[in-house]
Structures are given as structure tokens and as C-alpha cells.
Ligand binder design. Structure first.
Ligand code: QV4
Ligand code: CA
Length: 521
């Protein structure tokens, strides 16, 4: 019995160790009760630093996902595509967004106003096998794709997986075969041998430099294409977060890009112990629902979250669209709700920000000229707004607080910005007081701190609902702002019994209404 007892103690110890280790990497370490992350896709470091100070901190955004900061290939055919940054040529920290000093300044200034930085890291591969050789890279360093030679790190041909790959082309040909998905080239990208101690050390060294500079964590690119064991070893080498801004012993927040819509041998579950995982079903389903495709109805979302077969809440990183699927790359197809369909996009983002499931990420995009041929956008490669020489343009701010020069800045749209605040105000409160009309009109609250009502039907909504909120007059933060004691939008009267009357025309610019504790007049 002594032995059995010891065995149980041992198991308990292992469990606690796993929970301790795992839980830390699932925690985004957000500050001041802030909750939402915004992906400032392709923004320059100088603009992100300014945005942290002038907009993100004052409006309660928790953090920024930044584009890959390290040296990457530069291409002129096509002309400086956005995706060149997913082709690393080295780990020096100069990129299309700026140099190392600008990066360090941005991380420092964002941290100083309590906005965390999460770095998109590309560690599965280097550039494409057809990337040629020379100094066409963002720091000007020499490399050779054909010889698999990246001297600034250095990686040589011994540090790649080709010997393990069993496909004829050397590329991934069949996603039904987990071995080739991990050991062959993703669209021709030179696949790193992350099983090697040397490669793990170089990758961890690159990431640790960023941790030491003060970043709060990482969006890890292409995790489906890396063995969980290799990732575990590499991530296990990461330093704790910089104690200038984070409490001692804080582990970097990890969210792994794994596209799992079902139907493949590789699942999100294999990665849960390493950190959070991108839940791609979330945006694909919610886009379908708000578009009312496939007979979907908003009323079916009563059990939204795990009830829809999504991963466990504590593992999920959720979003409506990302930099891939807003332009037909990655997964989700035409159902994805992007800024190109602003009405649907705002509703879907608001639903996400109001709902308790997952850590939420808001997309902030740039515009490009789309050119559909047989349903495929021929211009899906176009990079951020830039000058003739390929240098990315700054983000100018218009007098009305919108962005200029092709930067969309969804995160600044009143409806989205105010819902980011809503999420902070209701943080930790349970999903409550659900109502639906068995069609596309639904409402739900978060404890007694917030309430939201959607009308996505083709007729008006006119109903009295229990909001669960204290009586008073509230400002609808979708149609307006609460400014001092004044409301520039609709006003909602909540009675002493928590009931309120809602009227939402299906013709409204934004057919939804949201009130929260801090929007009380
Ligand atoms: C081409 C051919 C290949 C050929 C190769 C030869 O298509 O068949 O073998 O040349 O060199 C670009 C081009 C692509 C080209 C490749 C290599 O688009 O045509 O291959 O470069 O030169 C982004 C883009 C890709 C881009 C890549 C690298 O989406 O189009 O490829 O950057 O620049 C899967 C994955 C998932 C992935 C998703 C898009 O499981 O992990 O596809 N998502 C992430 C990122 C994404 C990024 C990558 C992964 C790669 O979010 O932005 O791909 O880092 O679902
Ligand atoms: Ca791989």
C-alpha cells in the first residue's frame, strides 16, 4: 500500500507539474483588466509604438500581435508580397516593419502603457527552395536557398528535413499523412530539422532575445507542420518574461497556429499542453451563421463555444478573420466575415467580444485592389500600402480618428473599439439571460455587467427582455459613445426589474445594441 500511495503522490506531482507548466503558457498576462488582442498586420514598429500610446492603451486593448520581426526574403516578382515575411532568411531583427532599435523602442513604449506585444514567429521553415541566392533579404544579409545556407544564424544543409521527407516532390502532398505534413516542405518552404538540438537552440535563442526585450508571448506559425515533441523541447527553453514589466516566473504566452476543421489525422488536441491553439472553426462557423448560409441561424448559437464542438475554452484563441483567410489563403473560404463586408464583420466581431469563450483577437487590415478570376483573387499577394521602392507607408490618422492611406484599422471602428471595452467590463462574468426568436434575433448578457441584442433577421425586432442589469439609463455603445454624461447613440431604459425594451430595425446601419456597466448614464 505504501508503494501504491507513493505512486499516487507521484501521479499527483506529475499532474501538478503539467498544470503549472501548461497553465502558464496559456495565460496572456494582460494588464489592467484588458482582454482583447489586435493584430496590427504589417504595421511598422514606429506606428505600433504610437498606436499603443495614443489609442490602444486609452481604449483598453490588451495587446498587439506583430508581423514577423526577423530577417526575411525580399521579392520583386510579385512586388514585395505580404507573404515574404513568412520566408525567413535569418534571425537578425530587421524587417519590413523596421530595425532592431525601432522594435525595441516599440516594445518598451507599449509595455510602459500596459499593452503587451505578441510576436508572430516563423520557426517551421526558412524561405522557399526557389528563393535563389544573394542579399535580397530585409537586413541585406547573404543567403542561398539552393544550398540551404543561412550564414547569419548559421543554418546549413544539415539543419533541414529533406532526408526525412518521403514524397516525390519533397513538398507536402497529402494532409492525410502526418509524417509528410511535419517533415516535408510546406509549399516549397525549406523545412527545419527541429529534432536537432542545434536547431532547437538557435530557434530558442532567437525567441529568447525577444522575450528579454519584453515581449509577452508568441503566435507560433505553422505548428501543424512541427512535431509537438520538438515544439515542447524548444518552447521549454524559453526564458521567463522580463520582470521589468511582468511578475517573476511568468511564462511566455503561446498560441499555436493549427488549422483544424476536422477530417485530418493531425488535431489541435495534440498541442493543448504547449499553449493555446487557434480555433479556426470559430470564424468559419460564425461567418456562415451571420451570412445565413447552409440554413444556419443565429438562434443556434445558444450553446456557442464548446457546445459547438470547439476546443476547451482554456485552450482557444479565437478570431473572426485572420491575415490568411481574409484573402483566400488558409482555411474558411468565402464564409469568412472580413472588413469587405463591414456590416456582417462588425456583428461577428461584436458577438465574439461579447461572448466569454476563448482569448479574442481582432484583425486590423490594409486594403488592396481585389481582382477575382473564377472566384480566386489574383491580387491576394499584394503587400501593405507602400512607396515605389517597397518601403511600407506609415499609418496616418485622420481628424475623425480613422486611418488613411489604405490602412483599414477595424480596431478603431467605434462599434469594435466599444465592444473591446465591453469585453473588459464583463470579464469573468457568466453567459446569462439568453433569449432568441428561433431565428436570427438573439440576446445575451454577461452576469449583471453587460447585455447585447442582435437582429440579423429581415424584419424588425421589438421585444422586452430581461437584461439582468441594474435599473437605469444606458448608452448603446454600438450606435454611439458615452461621453461624460452624454450619449451620442440610442438610449436604453432598464427598469428596476432588469427588463428593457429593445427596438432594432433590420434597416439599421448596425442592427445590434450593446450596453454595459460603464455605459450607464
Ligand atoms: C510555390 C508553389 C509550391 C512550390 C514552391 C517552390 O506554390 O508548390 O513548391 O513555389 O518554391 C508563397 C507562395 C507559394 C510559394 C511559396 C514558396 O504563395 O506559391 O510556393 O511562397 O515560395 C504565407 C502564404 C503562402 C506563402 C507563404 C510563404 O499564405 O502563400 O507561400 O506565406 O511566403 C496551411 C498551413 C498553415 C498556413 C496556411 C496558409 O497549415 O500553417 O496554409 N498558415 C501560415 C501563415 C501563412 C504563411 C505560412 C503559414 C507559411 O499564416 O501566412 O503562408 O509561413 O493551411
Ligand atoms: Ca516541418
Amino acid at each position: 500500500s505504501d508503494i501504491i500511495f507513493q505512486h499516487h503522490i507521484f501521479k499527483l506531482f506529475i499532474l501538478l507539474a503539467l498544470l503549472g507548466l501548461g497553465a502558464a503558457q496559456h495565460n496572456p498576462h494582460t494588464k489592467h483588466g484588458r482582454t482583447a488582442i489586435v493584430h496590427l498586420f504589417e504595421w511598422r514598429w514606429a506606428d505600433i509604438a504610437a498606436e499603443c500610446e495614443r489609442f490602444l492603451a486609452p481604449n483598453g486593448y490588451a495587446g498587439v500581435q506583430i508581423s514577423p520581426p526577423n530577417e526575411h526574403i525580399t521579392l520583386t516578382s510579385p512586388w514585395y508580397p505580404w507573404w515574404q515575411r513568412y520566408q525567413p532568411t535569418g534571425y537578425n531583427l530587421c524587417s519590413r516593419s523596421g530595425n532592431e532599435n525601432e522594435l525595441r523602442d516599440m516594445i518598451t513604449r507599449c509595455n510602459n502603457v500596459g499593452v503587451n506585444i505578441y510576436v508572430d514567429v516563423v520557426i517551421n521553415h526558412m524561405c522557399g527552395a526557389g528563393g535563389g541566392e544573394g542579399t535580397h533579404s530585409s537586413c541585406g544579409g547573404w543567403f542561398s536557398a539552393s544550398r540551404k545556407d543561412f550564414p547569419s544564424i548559421p543554418f546549413t544543409n544539415m539543419d533541414f528535413n529533406d532526408h526525412k521527407c518521403r514524397t516525390g516532390s519533397g513538398d507536402i502532398e497529402n494532409y492525410g499523412d502526418a509524417n509528410q505534413v511535419r517533415d516535408c516542405r510546406l509549399v516549397g518552404l525549406l523545412d527545419l530539422a527541429l529534432e536537432k538540438d542545434y536547431v532547437r537552440g538557435k530557434v530558442a535563442g532567437f525567441m529568447n532575445k525577444l522575450v528579454d526585450m519584453g515581449v509577452a508571448g508568441f503566435r507560433v506559425d505553422a505548428c501543424k507542420h512541427m512535431w509537438p515533441g520538438d515544439l515542447q523541447n524548444t518552447l521549454g527553453r524559453l526564458h521567463n518574461l522580463n520582470t521589468k514589466w511582468f511578475s517573476g516566473g511568468s511564462r511566455p504566452f503561446i498560441y499555436q497556429e493549427v488549422i483544424d476543421l476536422g477530417g485530418e489525422p493531425i488535431t489541435s488536441r495534440e498541442y493543448f499542453h504547449l499553449g493555446r491553439v487557434t480555433e479556426f472553426k470559430y470564424g468559419a462557423k460564425l461567418g456562415t451563421i451571420f451570412r445565413k448560409w447552409n440554413g444556419e441561424k443565429l438562434s443556434y448559437t445558444k450553446s456557442w463555444g464548446e457546445g459547438w464542438g470547439f476546443m476547451p475554452d482554456g485552450n482557444a484563441l479565437v478570431f473572426i478573420d485572420n491575415h490568411d483567410n481574409q484573402r483566400g489563403h488558409g482555411a474558411g473560404g468565402a464564409a469568412i466575415a472580413t472588413f469587405w463586408d463591414p456590416r456582417i464583420h462588425k456583428m461577428a466581431v461584436a458577438y465574439m467580444l461579447a461572448h466569454p469563450y476563448g482569448v479574442a483577437r481582432v484583425m486590423s487590415s490594409f486594403r488592396w485592389d481585389r481582382n477575382f478570376v473564377n472566384g480566386k483573387d489574383q491580387n491576394d499577394w499584394i503587400g501593405p500600402p507602400s512607396h515605389g521602392n517597397g518601403a511600407t507607408k506609415p499609418v496616418p490618422i485622420n481628424p475623425d480618428q480613422t486611418c488613411g492611406d489604405g490602412w483599414v484599422c477595424e480596431h478603431r471602428w467605434r462599434q469594435i473599439k466599444n465592444m473591446a471595452t465591453f469585453r473588459n467590463v464583463v470579464n469573468g462574468q457568466p453567459h446569462a439571460n439568453w433569449w432568441d426568436n428561433q431565428s436570427n434575433q438573439v440576446a445575451f448578457g454577461r452576469g449583471n455587467r453587460g447585455f447585447i441584442v442582435f437582429n440579423n433577421d429581415d424584419w424588425n425586432l421589438d421585444v422586452t427582455l430581461n437584461t439582468g442589469m441594474p435599473g437605469g439609463t444606458y448608452c448603446d455603445v454600438v450606435s454611439g459613445n458615452k461621453d461624460g454624461g452624454r450619449c451620442s447613440g440610442k438610449q436604453i431604459q432598464v427598469g428596476g426589474d432588469g427588463h428593457a425594451h429593445f427596438k432594432i430595425s433590420n434597416q439599421d446601419e448596425d442592427p445590434f445594441v450593446a450596453i454595459h456597466a460603464d455605459s450607464k448614464l
